[in-house]
Design a protein around this ligand. Structure first.
Ligand code: PHE
Length: 356
């Protein structure tokens, strides 16, 4: 039988000569495995007298531990050397200029929503939200638009299959159902705006089947038509950044407000160009009115005690006017060249908010 010392010397030499991690692994499998020399020596123990077997067995265990440790050391050594080589060859040159990051852009509609929220936020309005998929009670009935009302046809509603709580399911045709959800959810006083997506089955140069509105609602014991006018004039002048912007309130009709008005801003049209802020022409910009007592009652609010106003405004239109974007359809074509041209840098908003 080979002596333990001879096996030790041989194995340690082999381990020292292993030049790769693979070679070390190969040695481990061969020498510590079933067919390895150490295993062979262990097997030989059986034929030894008891006394010798004990001494020899202990010595073999020590040998085995030594070999395992030597393999580990060699492996660590090879790994360290490989890392050292990489550190030398893969040095990072930190003096190189960084590659330019391609910056994202804020979509003009998102920018407008942020501006509208900032301006009304200054006036104490909180932001409320409602679902795009509505039922016809919130979208119509509670807003004093009963099933046979012609406004239901005019709205070109998208109806969805099925029912919800016994009501037909629709894609909301305006943000006004958020008024209802707000009044049902919390008692007055209320002061909210609700920006969001709206849907009508209509598509041409000035209509998109999906578009955006912002709704406004105040309900308390004292708010009257004068507040409505002041609030919207202030908003329009702040949004268009024209101090003397002419604003006109024209009597109109909406089932959910009484009295109702449409609001126009002053503009000039010449040679096919439209300029906001001065001139003798008018451009319709939003609908508004005092909340119809029937709507308050439908939401469980005491119409003898509470009153307020509501308004609704298309966001694409005011965005097109402010930023000179000529075609509504381009908003939703997702053309990156368009977004790079009309989009906003990500940090453009905070400057709008006072004090930042
Ligand atoms: N919901 C109306 C529309 O979509 C706008 C509106 C809202 C009018 C609130 C009055 C009050 O045309």
């Amino acid at each position: 039988m080979e002596s333990i010392d001879a096996v030790r010397a041989d194995l340690l030499a082999l381990i020292e000569d292993a030049e790769s991690l693979d070679a070390v692994e190969q040695l481990r499998i061969e020498e510590l495995g079933k067919k390895g020399r150490i295993t062979g020596l262990m097997r030989g123990l059986a034929s030894l007298p008891a006394e010798e077997r004990r001494a020899q067995g202990a010595a073999l265990n020590v040998l085995k531990d030594e070999i395992v440790a030597a393999l580990d050391r060699r492996r660590t050594r090879l790994e360290d050397e490989a890392l050292d080589r990489r550190l030398v060859t893969e040095r990072v040159d930190i003096t190189l200029p960084p590659r330019p990051e391609s910056a994202g852009f804020i979509h003009p509609i998102s920018q407008t929503i942020d501006e509208v929220v900032a301006i009304f936020g200054e006036m104490g309005f909180a932001v409320a939200e409602g679902p795009d998929i509505e039922d016809d009670w919130h979208n119509f009935t509670a807003l004093n638009i009963p099933p046979e009302h012609p406004a239901r046809q005019e709205m070109d509603t998208f109806y969805l299959p099925g029912e919800r709580d016994g009501h037909r399911v629709v894609l909301r045709t305006h943000t006004s159902p958020v008024q209802i959800r707000t009044m049902v959810a919390s008692p007055p006083p209320l002061r909210i705006i609700a920006p969001g997506r709206t849907y009508r089955c209509d598509s041409d140069a000035t209509h998109s089947p999906m578009f955006h509105q912002v709704e406004g609602l105040i309900v308390d014991e004292a708010t009257h038509m004068g507040h409505l006018k002041g609030c919207l004039i202030d908003f329009l002048r702040a949004y268009f950044a024209v101090d003397e912007l002419p604003v006109r309130f024209r009597p109109s009709y909406f089932p959910f407000t009484e009295p109702s008005a449409e609001v126009d801003i002053g503009c000039t049209r010449s040679a096919g160009k439209l300029e906001i802020g001065h001139g003798s022409d008018w451009l319709e910009i939003l609908g508004c009115g005092m909340v119809n007592p029937k709507v308050l009652a439908a939401c469980g609010i005491d119409a003898g005690r509470y009153q307020g106003f509501a308004f609704g405004m298309g966001l694409e239109r005011i965005t097109m006017l402010k930023y000179g974007i000529p075609d509504l359809r381009t908003f939703f074509e997702s053309d990156l060249r368009w977004l790079r041209h009309y989009g906003f840098a990500a940090l453009a908003i905070p400057s709008l908010v006072r004090g930042e």
